[in-house]
Every structure is written in structure tokens, then in C-alpha cells.
Design a binder for this molecule. Structure first.
Ligand code: PLP
Length: 394
């Protein structure tokens, strides 16, 4: 756009900040006035390897010079290679490629439903959590446990039961009260809901319950996956293997891609004609994702995220712990939150003015999802700006 006003030709679905970036490098972005910003958000958890990452840029450019798209009517070697690598990293058997997190969750929901239909359950139901976020398509917004996301979009999709997060008893009660439950779908750490980390025994107990009742356990790793929390997938902090794992965001460092991984009986549900995507798993997005997987491994970024996340949590706790306006400080790896006692959305603009990008979710939770390649100094700088802003908050 030109000038200083927002462009009316774009639907106003986002309350955008009035800043436009022209380029970036590593953990830094530069706007059209030449101002530099430290990126504490990675484009909402996407650009995990940093802006203009040379390995990813080369993979994209090489692939663009060879072949962008052929469709899924033919074999796609890059898709097959990526699938093998993700299967090995995750413990899953196979996967379906799409273009976003919501689409990956749609695939997960379809797997649960067809699993139920194949068992003779005509109205299969999936248990989901309050305060969750699963996307903006009709099924995924219905699955989302946030009334604000539902508002205005009735009729919602049927087939979901919401229960409190981190409450296995509530899931068990819902399973016992309904004979059509086919799956349980949760985030291993709730992201949009405010970085809520369940108890260590939550996923193992859900796994046991799903095994006992022949339900599919879907773990939505759209935000928490791809090394963000210090393991490739957040469920790998436990011994649990889910049946279905949708992921997206950080998978290709900004090239749109989503994938729904599946294991065992869940991997055996979708047959030719049951599901599809024109763009899904195209050579370009898969080439980018292969480069990302390699970079994460070559630079040991899982361990780096774990170590740096611990250090940043300690910094926040040392400086902000015990303050009256701070309700909680939490996180895993580089998925971090400072929750204040009152709404604080204005802190986003204040941070921008200081040259830091961050986000506030769930009204009062300052959320940080910095690139995994961030340096020690940059991490300290983020902590310093956030702490100062919190100290200045009324
Ligand atoms: N699931 C989770 C856990 C998410 O955090 C998000 C996005 O924030 C989504 C699904 C939806 O992903 P997308 O915006 O790529 O459709």
C-alpha cells in the first residue's frame, strides 16, 4: 500500500498494526522507513529458522527453477521424502499434506469421523477442550473452545463436545455419557488460549482412556510442533504416541503447508476419493519443509529451544516474579507467556515502538514465539524490553 492509511480493498478481519516490513534477516525485520525490529513472534510461530534463512531460500529458489506444481495425480518425490522424514521424527506411519493448520485439523476430524462411520457410528462425536484453538474453517472453529470464535457463524457443525482442559475426569465423564464418542482432540500446550501447559500426566491419562475406549487421540501440534517447545513435537516430552497429529506453522518457515500425520488404525482410514487438496504437498512447500527439517537437525535446534526457553523463563521470573501486576510466568522451550492480572493489549504497540514484535493473546497474556535461531543477546534483549514494559504497566 501507499501512504499512511490501511487499504480498504482488504477485508478488515485483522486489527493490524500500521507497520509494513520490507525485508528481514535472522531474528530481525526492517520496515519501509528503515526501522529495525527484533522479532519475538516469528510471524505467529512460523518463521522458526529466521527471516531470509539461506538454506530455506536456496531450497525454494532451486525448486522454483525446476518445478512448482504437478498435482497429486502424480508422484511427488519431495513429498515422499518429507513424509519419510516426518514419519521417522514423529513415530507416525503416514500423512496427508495440505496448506494450513486448519486444513490439517480438518483432515484429523475427517479421520475421526470415518473411523466412527466404519464402526457403524453414524453421528460420531469428538471431545475437545474449552479455551482451545483449532482454526477458522467451520469444523475447526466449532472445535475451538472459544465463544468469540463461534459468534456470528451459526449453525455450527455438529459432533463436538467441549470439556475443561487438563481435566481427564471431564473427558471420561463425557465418554461415559455418550456412546458415539470416536476421538479426543487437544493441543499439548494451548497456544492462542494463552500458553496453558497441562499437568505431566494429562496426555498419558488421555492415551490410556482412548486405548480403553477405542478412541482416537488427536494432538494438535500446529503451534507447538516443529521443535518449538524443545522436542520435535510437544507430545514427545511424554511417552505418549497420539493416533493423529496435525501440524503446520513452523514446518516450512513461511511457505504455506500443513500436514496431518497418522498411526495405526488412524493411518488406515482415508482411501482414494475420501480426501484431497490441489496444492497440498506440492514440490515447492515440500522442498522448503525438507530444508527446515535438515536445519533443525543440523543446528540441534530442539535442544537450543529447550535451553534458551529455560533461560528466558528464569530471566522473567527473576525480574518479574512477585510483582502485583504479574499473574503467572510460564512456557516450554520457546513458547513463552507472561500473564498479567489485567488486559494489556496496548503493550503490543508499546513494544513495537521499542522495536520489539510480540503478541497479546487471551486479553492479558504476553506471548512470545521467537525464532529458534535467536542468539543469547537477542533473547536477553527481548526479556529486557518485556520486563521494562511490564514494570511500567499500571
Ligand atoms: N491449531 C492451532 C493449535 C493453532 O495455534 C492454529 C493457529 O494459530 C491453528 C490450528 C490454525 O492454523 P492456521 O491458521 O494455519 O489455519
Amino acid at each position: 500500500f501507499e501512504g499512511d492509511s490501511m487499504n480498504d480493498a482488504v477485508m478488515p478481519t485483522y486489527g493490524r498494526l500500521d507497520v509494513a516490513f520490507t525485508h528481514g534477516e535472522g531474528s530481525w525485520l526492517v520496515d519501509d522507513q528503515g526501522n529495525r525490529y527484533l522479532d519475538g513472534l516469528s510471524g505467529l510461530g512460523v518463521v522458526a529458522l529466521g527471516h531470509a534463512n539461506p538454506a530455506v531460500a536456496k531450497a525454494i529458489s532451486d525448486q522454483a527453477g525446476q518445478l512448482l506444481h504437478t498435482s497429486n495425480l502424480y508422484r511427488i518425490p519431495a513429498q515422499e521424502k518429507l513424509a519419510s522424514e516426518l514419519a521417522a521424527l514423529s513415530g507416525m506411519d503416514n500423512m496427508f499434506f495440505c496448506n494450513s493448520g486448519a486444513e490439517a485439523n480438518e483432515c484429523a476430524i475427517k479421520i475421526c469421523r470415518i473411523y466412527g462411520n466404519n464402526k457403524g457410528i453414524a453421528d460420531p462425536t469428538i471431545i475437545v477442550a474449552d479455551n482451545s484453538f483449532h482454526g477458522r474453517t467451520m469444523a475447526t472453529l466449532t472445535a475451538t473452545g472459544n465463544p468469540k470464535v463461534h459468534a456470528g457463524f451459526t449453525p455450527l457443525v455438529t459432533g463436538f463436545i467441549h470439556v475443561p482442559f487438563n481435566d481427564v475426569g471431564a473427558v471420561r465423564a463425557a465418554v461415559e455419557a455418550n456412546d458415539n464418542v470416536v476421538g479426543v482432540m487437544v493441543e499439548p500446550i494451548q497456544g492462542e488460549g494463552g500458553i496453558h501447559i497441562p499437568d505431566d500426566d494429562y496426555l498419558p491419562a488421555l492415551r490410556q482412556l482412548c486405548d480403553d475406549s477405542e478412541l482416537l487421540l488427536v494432538v494438535d501440534e500446529v503451534q507447538s510442533g516443529n521443535a518449538r517447545t524443545g522436542r520435535y513435537f510437544a507430545y514427545q516430552h511424554s511417552d505418549v504416541l497420539p493416533d493423529v497429529v496435525p501440524t503446520a506453522k513452523g514446518l516450512a518457515n513461511g511457505v504455506p503447508i500443513g500436514v496431518c500425520l497418522a498411526r495405526g488404525i488412524a493411518a488406515d482410514q482415508l482411501k482414494p476419493g475420501n480426501h484431497g487438496s490441489t496444492f497440498g504437498g506440492n514440490p515447492l512447500s515440500c522442498a522448503a519443509a525438507i530444508a527446515v527439517v535438515n536445519e533443525i537437525e543440523n543446528h540441534n535446534l530442539e535442544a537450543r529451544a529447550a535451553e534458551l526457553g529455560d533461560r528466558m523463563l528464569t530471566s522473567f521470573r527473576d525480574r518479574l516474579g512477585g510483582r502485583n501486576n504479574v499473574k503467572d510466568i510460564r512456557g516450554k522451550g520457546l513458547m513463552l507467556a507472561v500473564e498479567l492480572t489485567s488486559p494489556c493489549s496496548e503493550i503490543v504497540q508499546k513494544a513495537l515502538d521499542q522495536g520489539l514484535l510480540l503478541n497479546v493473546t487471551a486479553d492479558s497474556v504476553i506471548r512470545l514465539l521467537p525464532p529458534l535461531i535467536i542468539t543469547d543477546e537477542e533473547a536477553e534483549q527481548i526479556c529486557d524490553v518485556v520486563c521494562t514494559l511490564v514494570e511500567e504497566q499500571p
